[in-house]
Ligand binder design. Sequence first.
Ligand SMILES: NC(=O)c1ccc[n+]([C@@H]2O[C@H](COP(=O)([O-])OP(=O)(O)OC[C@H]3O[C@@H](n4cnc5c(N)ncnc54)[C@H](O)[C@@H]3O)[C@@H](O)[C@H]2O)c1
Length: 295
Amino acid sequence: MAPKMSKIRTVGVIGAGQMGNGIAHVSALAGYDVLLHDADAARVAPALDVIKGNLARQVHRELVAQADADAAMKRIKAANLSDFGTCDLVIESIVEQDEAKKKVFAELRAVLKPETILASNTSSISITRLAATTDRADKFIGIHFMNPAPVMKLVELVRGLATSQETYETSVAFVESLGKTIANAEDFPAFIVNRVLVPMINEAIYTLYEGVGSVEAIDKAMKLGANHPMGPLELADFIGLDTCLSIMQVLHDGLADSKYRPCPLLVKYVEAGWLGRKTKRGFYDYRTDPPMPTR
Ligand SMILES: NC(=O)c1ccc[n+]([C@@H]2O[C@H](COP(=O)([O-])OP(=O)(O)OC[C@H]3O[C@@H](n4cnc5c(N)ncnc54)[C@H](O)[C@@H]3O)[C@@H](O)[C@H]2O)c1
């Protein structure tokens, strides 16, 4: 299957965490060759296993043909950053920290072709600020997938001040070729989805912190009372508490409004290394089946 409607052929994905593996999955399934890199090389093999399992689930649900899943798997290769010279599009999806992202962009300077588009999957950080640290601000854009990327339909596209129209149009064609729907967001802290969603999650954590309700009561209240498919604490664990905290810090710093103050309980969980599902402990303990609240 050749990718449709897009000039892109090879996609480089940096970061093989929950988002990186999802982006590699959807890109390969749409026919792109994918290079997958993680600073921790030991994370790539488990990420490939996750992709294989997720593709198998799609086959089982008759959403994807077995032959397409097999072909997609073959298109994804573990790679070093030094291999990224063949990429037409690179999507950075590492930890939500300015400095770490800037360091990766600096390493890419000597590697990428001049015409390569560089995108960040950041949930909240200024695209304009990240772009300014690269050698290609006009070819830099925010392509913000939702979690889990193989399931969620939406992608936010965020243009920085210097992003060119050509970069935007190529990115639109790429995202549409994945079968996703685009919402355009202006480059302000946390864009649209997380500007609304993560303060709601932070407020749910304050509700727990102040003893207004238990973990179970808060999640049950929002599922049955507001028709949310997941409770906010369950969702925080799913997103990753480190990512939630980083987003609140970006909102707090960027908008200088105390209403975005991260809840001290969220800070404490992150300091404990209780980051949610990915570390098996957050507001719930995932080492038991079913997961039990941790307080
Ligand atoms: N979790 C979500 O719901 C969600 C949704 C949309 C976007 N995002 C964004 O996607 C990005 C990744 O989030 P995630 O949830 O996949 O995190 P994660 O913790 O699951 O994975 C991050 C990965 O990046 C790797 N990494 C860290 N520093 C690196 C470096 N310098 N070079 C290469 N790899 C490096 C880590 O080893 C890890 O495997 C963040 O910017 C986050 O804000 C997250």
